[in-house]
Design a protein around this ligand. Structure first.
Ligand SMILES: Cc1cc2nc3c(=O)[nH]c(=O)nc-3n(C[C@H](O)[C@H](O)[C@H](O)COP(=O)(O)OP(=O)(O)OC[C@H]3O[C@@H](n4cnc5c(N)ncnc54)[C@H](O)[C@@H]3O)c2cc1C
Length: 363
């Protein structure tokens, strides 16, 4: 039901992009008088912050909100957008030998000239919503010798017989969300399912496929902001019940230690929220935001994980027990500092951008 409501909002225009499916390059709302635009990236971000308030796994399990749809929106042509738009799409990049270093993927795509199909072979692991989605966006290389530039994304229908489900993962958190491992065995797809250009352009390098992340990293940061806000709100209630007053007019040294720690967490949370909104705003206003998208994800992922655990600590045994959601949120939140690029990888991207280094120069 919730997914249908979000579909309606996405179609409605004004609230376009209430979930992850709405982000893309060209669907911002009309620019305001000063040329400022709050479009689908901002709307999606605000929607995801609310939806993650309370449960990260539920959101990841909602039909049509898969991050694969954001990948489609970022690189698909008009015809592909029509064909794949509105479907539930998961994204499969990670392989047993390639996690953080996504340029090392080994899954191959070979064009069969006779049938006009690509034949995919390889292994993909940790695919969020991989079992339940309708489509899987698979990253594969057209030619391993040509490095990053040869990596393209391909849309595979979930019921393709060449896409074989190996197992579902058991995890620390987000247990409502399925995480699937696949084998691709002579998996044939129409050549029209390659997203973007089939040409290998060494100069463009990874740009085509990587573009997706500039839009999705702020969304993952948004999920971190949503769930950590829930942690803060519940902790505030529990502290109040215990007689801890949070008085913003007093200096930190005059407050109880718990209240002082709470206010410090709130300010850190606010910094993460503003950074994330900036990254989404830049995407809507067509400003290059790779740096800010990674800064936002690094800051929000780290801050939210930290807040969740400190909230558990502040509430003591109550926070640790399953009677409170703080325990669950502390488990769920960790993934947001891990997938779509870990904390360390975001910092590496930020460093490269600030120092003007390529990925070959700074590893
Ligand atoms: C629940 C879940 C859902 C997921 N969903 C998806 C999905 O939908 N699609 C998908 O494709 N993948 C998905 N992933 C995979 C996820 O993106 C990877 O786990 C992540 O990119 C890290 O890769 P890895 O696990 O191989 O760790 P590794 O790359 O082996 O990293 C291990 C550790 O080393 C650090 N590290 C690695 N390289 C460097 C470096 N150069 N400098 C400093 N530190 C470094 C990392 O930060 C990490 O701490 C998911 C994972 C999980 C757990």
């Amino acid at each position: 039901m919730l997914a249908a409501v979000i579909d309606g909002m996405n179609e409605g225009g004004a609230l376009s992009g209430a979930g992850a499916g709405g982000v893309g390059e060209s669907n911002g709302s009309k620019a305001g008088r000063d040329g400022n635009r709050n479009g689908s990236n901002m709307a999606s971000l605000l929607g995801l912050i609310e939806l993650s308030w309370g449960d990260v796994g539920l959101l990841l399990t909602m039909p049509r909100q898969g991050l694969g749809q954001a990948a489609i929106a970022a690189v698909a042509n008009e015809e592909q957008l029509k064909r794949f738009g509105g479907k539930w799409a998961a994204m499969a990049i990670t392989e047993p030998e390639a996690g953080s270093d996504s340029a090392a993927i080994r899954t191959t795509a070979t064009l069969d000239d006779k049938t006009g199909e690509y034949v995919l072979n390889g292994e993909k692991i940790f695919v969020t919503a991989g079992d339940r989605a309708e489509l899987i966006v698979v990253w594969a290389t057209l030619d391993r010798k040509q490095g990053r530039a040869a990596i393209k994304s391909f849309v595979v229908e979930r019921d393709n017989p060449g896409l074989i489900l190996e197992r579902l993962e058991h995890k620390l958190g987000i247990r409502a969300s399925d995480t699937a491992d696949f084998r691709l065995e002579n998996c044939r797809i129409p050549k029209e399912n390659l997203l973007g250009s089939p040409e290998i352009e060494p100069k463009r390098g990874f740009a085509g496929v990587m573009q997706t992340f500039d839009n999705t990293r702020p969304l993952v940061a948004g999920m971190a902001i949503g769930v950590s806000r829930a942690c803060l709100e519940r902790t505030r209630e529990l502290l109040a019940e215990a007689g801890v007053e949070i008085d913003y007019d007093l200096p930190p040294h005059s407050l109880l230690a718990a209240a002082s720690e709470f206010i410090a967490m709130e300010s850190d949370w606010e910094a993460a929220r503003l950074l994330t909104m900036q990254a989404a705003w830049m995407a809507d206003n067509k400003k290059p935001n790779s740096l800010q998208a990674s800064m936002a994800k690094a800051k929000a992922g780290r801050t939210a994980t930290d807040i969740a655990l400190r909230c558990v600590a502040l509430c003591g045994s109550i926070g640790f027990g399953e009677g409170e959601l703080l325990e669950k949120w502390a488990r769920d939140v960790k993934i947001l500092d891990l997938f779509e690029g870990t904390q360390q990888i975001q910092l590496l991207i930020v460093a490269r951008q600030l120092l003007g280094k390529t990925s070959a120069e700074l590893k």
